[in-house]
Design a protein around this ligand. Structure first.
Ligand SMILES: *Cc1c(COP(=O)(O)O)cnc(C)c1O
Length: 367
């Protein structure tokens, strides 16, 4: 079976390094908010080209904490996309703010600025741009959009570790960028972990207090915070996995190039290839097709796993039916959700696997 993720097939040298990191933490006897986290925060900030990184418990909390330290909450509206992980919208709700959904661009699945414009109101305080599937596009436009409207730009980078536009890395464009290190992400922990990155040191300091019960120094609490810490075991493992990230990303990009070159089927359309001078990190390689169910069955028969990201746009989820949205509706999100499918694209795939996927996709006939 050619699967969507294959952690068991990771290089033995990486496995050894992870076991070494675990041993190091156990022997240190220090498990929460220690030197491993400090080192990981330093390296992650450097990787993202930001002044600071603050480790938290997961990517959902990273978004919630970003909003909370920006004082965005009750009565404030936050524009985002219905074509994202449920977590993006859940975090906005958890922060007490009101999500407003704008439509997506059909060629990329990314948030549309025209639609976001139609979602603005006097209560809009922020836009959360999601770098869906690992794409990083149009950030100059989003910076202009947020400046012109006096709102805050937040980047949900949970799928975009190391994505670049020119020389700048995902997370360095907005006031705050948020990351998830959920196992399947391009940089994943063997469990839950996350971080936020920012150039604003005061915001970073507040986030570092906020994740630790709002504690400024031992047993002094300056505000209602959360318990959302990235523990030493995960930080130590992430430090080891980070050493492999560039190599793994390059592998994903090679696979994507092979797919773009090799997939020739009139009913299977890859999303827009990355623009010049950008690095798309291909967390997912997504195609759209009017014959999705048949294509998935055809590939499954040939031992190829696929998944759908995401089958249900946020506004069709049970608790979201009344969420405010573009007054023109969200037709592109609905179309994308009903036609998108993700092909295997992970760093443990062989050339033979990639060729097998291409051949199977090209053989597919809609009938
Ligand atoms: C995975 C993901 C999240 C949530 O991250 P968790 O670590 O699972 O909380 C948020 N946004 C997007 C776009 C994601 O892909």
């Amino acid at each position: 079976m050619i699967v969507m993720n294959d952690f068991a097939a990771e290089p033995p040298a990486l496995r050894q390094a992870i076991l070494g990191a675990v041993a190091r933490v156990l022997e240190s006897g220090w498990y929460i908010l220690g030197d491993e986290l400090k080192a990981f925060e330093r390296e992650w900030a450097q990787f993202c080209g930001t002044a600071r990184a603050v480790g938290v418990a997961n990517g959902t909390d990273a978004i919630e904490i970003a909003l909370r330290v920006l004082n965005i909450g009750t009565g404030d509206e936050v524009i985002t996309t219905p074509m994202t992980a449920f977590a993006t919208v859940l975090a906005i709700i958890r922060a007490g703010a009101t999500p407003v959904l704008a439509d997506v661009d059909p060629t990329t699945g990314l948030l549309s600025i025209e639609s976001a414009n139609r979602c603005l109101s006097t209560r809009t305080k922020a836009v959360v741009v999601v770098h869906l599937y690992g794409q990083l596009r149009d950030m100059a436009d989003w910076e202009r959009f947020s400046d012109r409207n006096g709102i805050v730009l937040i980047e949900d980078c949970a799928q975009a570790h190391g994505a670049m536009l020119g020389r700048r890395v995902a997370g360095s464009f907005g006031r705050i960028g948020t990351y998830s290190f959920y196992p399947t992400k391009n940089l994943g922990a063997p469990g839950d972990a996350g971080a936020l990155v920012t150039n604003d040191t005061a915001l970073a300091d507040r986030a570092a207090r906020f994740r630790n019960y709002g504690q400024s120094r031992r047993y002094q609490h300056t505000e209602w915070g959360m318990n959302s810490r990235l523990d030493e075991l995960h930080a130590a493992i992430l430090l080891e996995r980070l050493k492999w990230l560039e190599n793994f990303t390059a592998h994903r990009q090679r696979i994507a190039r092979q797919y773009f070159d090799g997939i020739r089927n009139p009913v299977v359309n890859p999303l827009a290839p990355p623009a010049e001078s950008t690095a798309h990190v291909f967390h997912l390689f997504v195609v759209t097709t009017p014959a999705r169910t048949a294509l998935q069955a055809h590939l499954r028969q040939r031992q190829i796993e696929t998944l759908i990201h995401y089958p249900t746009p946020i506004h069709h989820q049970q608790p979201c039916r009344d969420i405010r949205r573009d007054p023109g509706g969200l037709p592109m999100s609905e179309r994308h959700a009903s036609s998108c499918v993700s092909l295997p694209c992970h760093p443990q795939m062989s050339d033979g696997d990639v060729e097998a996927v291409i051949a199977a996709v090209n053989e597919f006939r809609e009938d």
